[in-house]
Design a binder for this molecule. Sequence first.
Ligand code: GDP
Ligand code: MN
Length: 381
Amino acid sequence: MDLFEYQGKQFFASFGIPVSAGDAVDTVEDAVAVADRIGYPVVIKAQVQVGGRGKAGGVKLANNTEEAREHASNILGLDIKGHIVKRVWIEVASDIAEEYYASFTLDRSAKKHLGMLSAEGGVEIETVAETNPDAIAKIWVDPAEGLSEEQCRAWVEAAKLNPKATEGAVDILRKLYTAYVDGDADLAEINPLILTPDDRVHALDAKVTLDDNADFRHPERDVWRGLEVRDPREELAHEKGLQYVGLDGTVGIIANGAGLAMSTCDVVNQVGGSPANFLDIGGGASAEVMANALDVINSDEKVKAIFINIFGGITRGEEVANGIVQALERVDIKAPIVIRLDGTNAEEGRSILEPHLSDRLRSQPTMLDAAREAVALAGGK
Ligand code: GDP
Ligand code: MN
């Protein structure tokens, strides 16, 4: 689960990380009341789960009641990269001397936690990684050993922060590590982590992704869970018990097996298209599962072509083909379909599909051919 900034700040604060005092509200009137109460200047911040809010006009400084009213009414309802702002967080404005970047996430291949720290904060870390990779100091922490104060200090020195920030940064980074581990997060990011003119270090933003598998250990998450915003396509897939991840492209993908579904996404990209989703229907491919999968893909307005990629294993080709044919009778499909059926009894399966083939339902023998055809039908990216 991704947290909103204000929730991430509550999460950080519960581990002793300094954040600004503030409140989250849903209306202009409440925003003005909170701003008046906490005292000017305040910062009014759009609560949407997307980066770059500042650039999009979603972060504004207000010096008095009139400005608070003006900014709150402009920000509430604002569309930031497709996310409509329904809530704003209002906090005491901070004076900034310097902006840094800090995060912990999991490095799966190293089997360690990866900490990243940079004196170039406030901008997206991907940009720093491209333009000035040496400006990011990385540390790999063995989960069994944890992060010692000495290690943390050496890391802060490697990042070349202002020496005035050293003590505060070491303290916050150790707390951030604890929050990330004990709070069962997959990502804990502070951007910017600021140094104030009076030499305090402070978290000005919070981006936190919690590990859903650890929910049972964290009853305190229930309130956040209740406010969770989910992709409507993912909501539908979840209801139908499908392993689905929504993406931004135009080729809807259905595959059996997570590995095959991922390589299907890769191949679609490789031939110049863009996947609309990841969808793994698992080992079986019954008519019901296939119809459910097609329902979810159908709900996605962006989908211009559908690529069904099935490799028969224990589930044989003819069962898969019968499932597809029956599903097509049940669901009214909006986009043309390309099927690649291979593996056990693929020939038998294809001959079952044969009489149903048309412009709207095509079959290709290989994954690459099928991907090309689906991408062409979708009109490229
Ligand atoms: P993001 O654009 O979604 O990452 O939102 P942030 O919370 O990181 O805010 C964007 C930028 O707004 C920060 O990098 C700061 O430069 C600025 N900003 C945010 N809060 C304050 C504040 O309290 N005081 C000042 N002076 N600038 C702020
Ligand atoms: Mn930020």
